[in-house]
Ligand binder design. Structure first.
Ligand code: PTJ
Length: 248
């Protein structure tokens, strides 16, 4: 039986709609089996952040926009969950930057790659955009990683100087940093290895970040002397402050 979605006045409407997006993408064969669990982990952190873009996350998003605009060869590396939740916004961002999107998934199967490529290509056409979608024909490997998750494309991730990686796994984030790249992370968990390893980590929900980037990129913000540890500490402080208020 299909689960009914509450009406828009429901206090958890946005959250329920996001779950539906993940569940629909799963039914189309786009996602890993553990995708909903990963989403649930994100939801838990989002609850602790009061489901909002906190000030330090907005500053981090602005920094990401600045670094993407300044990059010589940027690429957006998208996994299943990021495509399920914010494919439209990421296509708009890639189009603004004139850069490719590379589908790069942790649990790589030909079926999933086919479903994700078809989804992005159809949306690209429907939005009347001309974004290059890579990932289907891997011809390079990320050094230091074993198995299919090392697979990438030469003219995409391999040669990029700056990579946006929403929901990246810690090993791959470290491997990309070891290749000398600027790695721009989106992850609701401020304690994750990716958030701590990335050049800039945005501790915010991927859909909100993508929408903010669409607004910020045309403004061409300036790069700052970014302190990632300070931004992660701000997110943790926010969580502690919000939680202690609940018990006052
Ligand atoms: O690459 P794929 O498509 O094969 O998918 C792999 C998943 C996402 C299943 C895999 O990477 C995984 O299991 O991820 P983890 O280890 O559960 O990590 C997911 C991270 O993303 C966690 O730190 C979550 O807090 C965070 N996260 C989940 N949903 C969101 C999110 N961050 C931002 N926005 C979200 N909507």
């Amino acid at each position: 039986m299909t689960e009914e979605i509450a009406d828009p006045s429901h206090p958890r409407y946005q959250s329920l709609m996001m779950r539906k997006k993940v569940s629909d993408a799963g039914a189309k064969g786009m996602l890993a089996e553990s995708a909903m669990i990963a989403h649930g982990r994100g939801e838990a952190f989002d609850y602790l952040l009061s489901e909002q873009t906190i000030d330090s996350a907005f500053a981090a998003t602005k920094e990401v926009a600045a670094r993407l605009v300044k990059a010589k060869k940027p690429v957006l590396s998208l996994n299943g969950n990021a495509i399920a939740l914010a494919a439209r916004e990421f296509l708009l961002i890639a189009s603004q930057l004139g850069c490719p999107i590379e589908i790069n998934i942790f649990y790589r199967t030909p079926q999933r790659m086919g479903a994700l490529l078809a989804h992005l290509k159809l949306l690209n056409t429907n939005l009347d955009l001309d974004v290059e979608i890579l990932g289907g024909v891997p011809d390079a490997r990320i050094p230091g990683l074993e198995g299919p998750r090392a697979a990438c494309q030469q003219k995409g991730i391999f040669e990029a100087d700056t990579i946006l990686v929403p929901l990246e796994d810690g090993d791959r984030c470290e491997a990309l940093i070891a290749m000398g790249k600027e790695v721009l992370v989106i992850d609701l968990n401020p304690l994750s290895r990716s958030a701590r390893t990335g050049t800039v980590a945005v501790v915010d929900e991927v859909t909100r970040v993508a929408k903010n980037l669409v607004q910020l990129i045309p403004q061409k913000p300036e790069i700052t002397d970014w302190n990632n540890d300070q931004a992660l500490q701000d997110a943790l402080n926010h969580i502690v402050k919000t939680m202690s208020k609940k018990f006052e």
